[in-house]
Design a protein around this ligand. Sequence first.
Ligand SMILES: NC(=O)c1ccc[n+]([C@@H]2O[C@H](COP(=O)([O-])OP(=O)(O)OC[C@H]3O[C@@H](n4cnc5c(N)ncnc54)[C@H](OP(=O)(O)O)[C@@H]3O)[C@@H](O)[C@H]2O)c1
Length: 276
Amino acid sequence: MVKTWFITGTSTGLGRLLTERLLARGDRVVATLRKPGALDGLLAQHGDSLQVLTLDVTDTGAMRIAVADAFARMGRIDVVVSNAGYGLFGAAEEASDAQIERQIATNLVGSIQFIRTVLPHLRAQGGGRIVQVSSEGGQIAYPNFSLYHATKWGIEGFVESVAKEVAPFGIDFLIVEPGPTCTNFAEGMDRAPPMPCYEDTPAGEVRRAIASGAFAIKGDAARTVDAMIVAADAKAAPLRLALGSTAYASISQALAERLRQLEAQKAVTLSADREV
Ligand SMILES: NC(=O)c1ccc[n+]([C@@H]2O[C@H](COP(=O)([O-])OP(=O)(O)OC[C@H]3O[C@@H](n4cnc5c(N)ncnc54)[C@H](OP(=O)(O)O)[C@@H]3O)[C@@H](O)[C@H]2O)c1
């Protein structure tokens, strides 16, 4: 069955590959991006099944218009993908206020407003699926990515709550959590100017590992996108899907450690209840 998709952030990386893969198998895609012209080649090839709209996800007003327009033109949209995002790199006190605001406005508020914008349309059509591209960094944390983690942990909490609100309307969610993956992500990163005092700290180590190429990027973008499509096609999608061996190892280790810490504090934790 031909499906219709709406995807944000399709000029490069996972969003673009996803658009290409879906068109190649015959699906219809509304692809949104900030750079008009970036998908001209695909438009020439798949003009009938591809609609390209300009959208910066920090512009909520424009987003509402683009989404309403897409639902009106397509009739039904089966899967919406909240993919647009980038990384802010640097220790928390190295980042400027403006860098922090843009990171949160794009990855967190942009994703929240996108989901809020599509919900009434999905309810009106009797249901649908929302794919939120998060990251292994939505469940674990590396030094130097604190603001990025704040956005990915934040969107995962938002989605987990909203999923419970809208399940009765036939709307479900798939949170995708790739590990480091070969896309344009490194080039698109916003880098805070380093402070010398962090040179000999874990933040400095991560900075050096990334600069020297020692930080392994094991994720294959095409395989990541293929796994996303399989999960998005499934009758019942998992709420969370980690992708890649790095994500699997880091998330399983972090969850085990969190459970260990919870159990280690159990007596203190339970002592906080009211006496009855
Ligand atoms: N690659 C990884 O290692 C990795 C791992 C885990 C999660 N992720 C997540 O995967 C998603 C896609 O990233 P990617 O790896 O494919 O990197 P990418 O190649 O840099 O793609 C990011 C896309 O997001 C778009 N974007 C950024 N800010 C935007 C805004 N304000 N409005 C609209 N579009 C915007 C970019 O558009 P422009 O071309 O206009 O900048 C680009 O199309 C992101 O949410 C990222 O956090 C990536």
